[in-house]
Structure formats: structure tokens, C-alpha cells
Write a protein that binds this ligand. Structure first.
Ligand code: NAD
Length: 295
């Protein structure tokens, strides 16, 4: 079993840490504040406990056993001994570009870095390190423990050995992989972010209500969720940042974020994690916006 480092304990990091710990790996989960880690611990506990209700036929795991494999820490230096890092920090180039040189220093030269980003090119991230051959995109879908497939992104310098190691690691925790080339947004989010943004414009223009927009996608197209509910699940702050990355990388106005999306983010209505976005959600615990919305 490999020792897995997980950087970032937000929406994605929580699920990624749970996935690998359930798969028998030792996990080091790093974030910048103890209260974020406490919330992550409670979220993983709850998700593992409720697992049998969500997937009755899947293998069941005692929450204590899963949590016992995870070290929760604010010390990046604890990633020193891990074999593979999945990075899930905020979708903000300033945040990611500050982190990678530190990861490069802390981790052993052979440790591979899986970049879990919605839209940032993997080659751009790899250039921040002295190991571009060991940097690969691991674009997990949300929620990471439940979604069957990971979009794996080959950067310009990602080595065949790194691709093989990554797909084998993911197969070991039950994930299929689709390996794609490097492009802002990759395959999934180049398409999905446009759809979400256009749905927000439709709402903003008063063409239809949020429930009706989502209902059309579910009932006419057979999608499991509509685009606005999907945006709430992703986090509207992450959707906004992903559109900004696409807009900047392509210099193409088709990715300009709808002003309504910005307003909701400014108001702290970032979707499920805040209890409110395009739809309203029952809160499992109060969310401190100062903690959940990072700069
Ligand atoms: N939300 C989704 O559905 C989704 C899906 C696939 C990929 N992603 C990508 O995954 C990444 C994380 O997204 P998220 O939705 O979990 O975001 P989030 O805002 O919920 O969580 C990000 C976490 O990173 C932490 N962080 C910031 N700087 C850090 C640092 N230097 N060291 C350690 N932790 C740090 C923050 O405190 C926060 O807890 C983003 O790049 C996003 O684009 C998101």
C-alpha cells in the first residue's frame, strides 16, 4: 500500500482522503487551519457511517478504522514520507503556484504529484516543480468516493511510468481512468463549465426558474442532475474560478462568467457547502464563510 498525501481538505480533499483510506492506504491530509481539519474529520466520519445507506452492496468500512488511517495536519512537512500526493487546494493560481515549490522541497524526488484541478493546465503546474515528468492531472469527480471514473491528464512532460503508476493506484481504489491530453478544462470542464454558465445566464435573464432549468436536463435529457444543481455541488466559487481560468487561458469571451454567478459568490452563497446557492440545502453543521471561502 502506498502512503498518500492529500493537500487541501475542502469539498474534494475530504472525498479523496476518504477514498484512499477506505482502500487501505495510510493518508496524510493537510490544510491550513485546525478548524478546517476538524470539519473534514467530521465529514469523513459521517460519510463512512452513511456509506451503507448510499451503496448497500459495496464493502462497508467502520468509520474508526478509516479515520485511524488518516493523519490530519497543518504541517506540510508531514508529506515528507508519502509516495503520491493528490493536491486539491483552492482553484486559484496564486494558491497553487505558492504550494508546488514547497511540495517539491518537502517530498522525496520520486513522489508523484496528482493535480486535482478543474481547469488549470497540468503543464503549467508541472513547470513550478523540478519533476515535471512526475506531475499528472488527476481530475476526480465529486463526490470522489462515489464516482466511478477519473479524468487523468497527461502534461507535456508526464512520463509513461507516471501514467502507469497513477492509473494502477486509482484502479486499486476502484476507479476507471480516461487518459486525455492537456488543455485548460481538459475534456469534461471545457464543456461542462460552458453549460453551467449558460444555465446561469438563462436564470439571470429570467427565461426560466432554477428548478425548471434543472428539471429540463433531468427529465428531457435524462441527466442525473441539472446544471445549476451540479454547480451547487461543485461550489459556485470553484465554478467561478474555473471559468476565469478558461477565460484567461483561451482569451475567449465565451467563457466570461455570468454576473449572477459572481454576485452569489460575493454573497457567500457558494452552493451546498454554504447551504445555499441556486437551491437551498439542509445544513448538517453551520458553515463559517471565513473558513470555507478562501482567497
Ligand atoms: N468541487 C468540485 O466539484 C471539484 C471537482 C474536481 C476538481 N476540483 C478541483 O479541486 C480543487 C479543490 O476544490 P474544492 O472544491 O475542494 O475547493 P474548496 O474551496 O472546497 O477547498 C480547498 C481547500 O484548500 C485549502 N487550501 C488552500 N491553500 C492551501 C495550502 N497552501 N495548503 C493546504 N490546503 C490549502 C483550503 O483551506 C480549502 O480547505 C480545485 O482545484 C478544484 O478546481 C473541484
Amino acid at each position: 500500500m502506498k502512503r498518500i498525501g492529500v493537500a487541501g481538505a475542502g469539498t474534494m480533499g475530504i472525498g479523496v482522503a476518504q477514498l484512499f483510506a477506505q482502500g487501505g492506504h495510510e493518508v496524510v491530509l493537510v490544510d491550513v487551519a485546525e478548524e478546517i481539519l476538524d470539519r473534514a474529520r467530521r465529514a469523513i466520519d459521517r460519510a463512512v457511517f452513511l456509506g451503507p445507506l448510499v451503496r448497500p452492496h459495496a464493502e462497508h468500512h467502520p468509520p474508526d478504522e478509516v479515520l485511524g488511517r488518516i493523519t490530519f495536519t497543518t504541517a506540510l512537512a508531514e508529506l515528507e514520507a508519502v509516495d503520491f500526493v493528490v493536491e486539491n487546494v483552492t482553484e486559484d493560481w496564486r494558491v497553487k503556484s505558492a504550494l508546488y515549490p514547497q511540495l517539491d522541497q518537502v517530498c522525496a524526488p520520486g513522489t508523484a504529484f496528482g493535480v486535482n484541478t478543474s481547469a488549470i493546465p497540468i503543464t503549467k503546474v508541472a513547470a513550478l516543480t523540478g519533476r515535471p515528468d512526475r506531475v499528472i492531472g488527476t481530475h476526480f469527480m465529486n463526490p470522489a468516493p462515489l464516482k466511478p471514473t477519473v479524468e487523468v491528464v497527461r502534461g507535456t512532460y508526464t512520463s509513461p511510468a507516471t501514467i502507469e503508476e497513477t492509473t494502477a493506484l486509482l484502479a486499486g481504489v476502484g476507479k476507471a481512468c480516461v487518459v486525455v491530453g492537456d488543455s485548460p478544462g481538459f475534456v469534461t470542464n471545457r464543456v461542462a463549465m460552458l453549460t453551467v454558465n449558460e444555465a446561469v445566464f438563462l436564470l439571470w435573464e429570467g427565461v426560466a426558474s432554477a428548478p425548471d432549468i434543472d428539471r429540463l436536463f433531468r427529465q428531457c435529457f435524462g441527466h442525473a442532475m441539472g446544471p445549476l444543481a451540479t454547480a451547487d455541488l461543485i461550489g459556485l466559487d470553484t465554478v467561478l474560478r474555473s471559468l476565469e481560468v478558461l477565460y484567461d487561458e483561451f482569451n475567449d469571451p465565451k467563457y466570461r462568467p455570468c454576473p449572477l454567478l459572481r454576485s452569489l459568490v460575493y454573497a457567500g452563497r457558494t452552493g451546498r457547502k454554504a447551504g445555499q446557492g441556486f437551491h437551498t440545502y439542509e445544513q448538517t453543521e453551520p458553515v463559517d464563510q471565513k473558513v470555507s471561502v478562501t482567497p
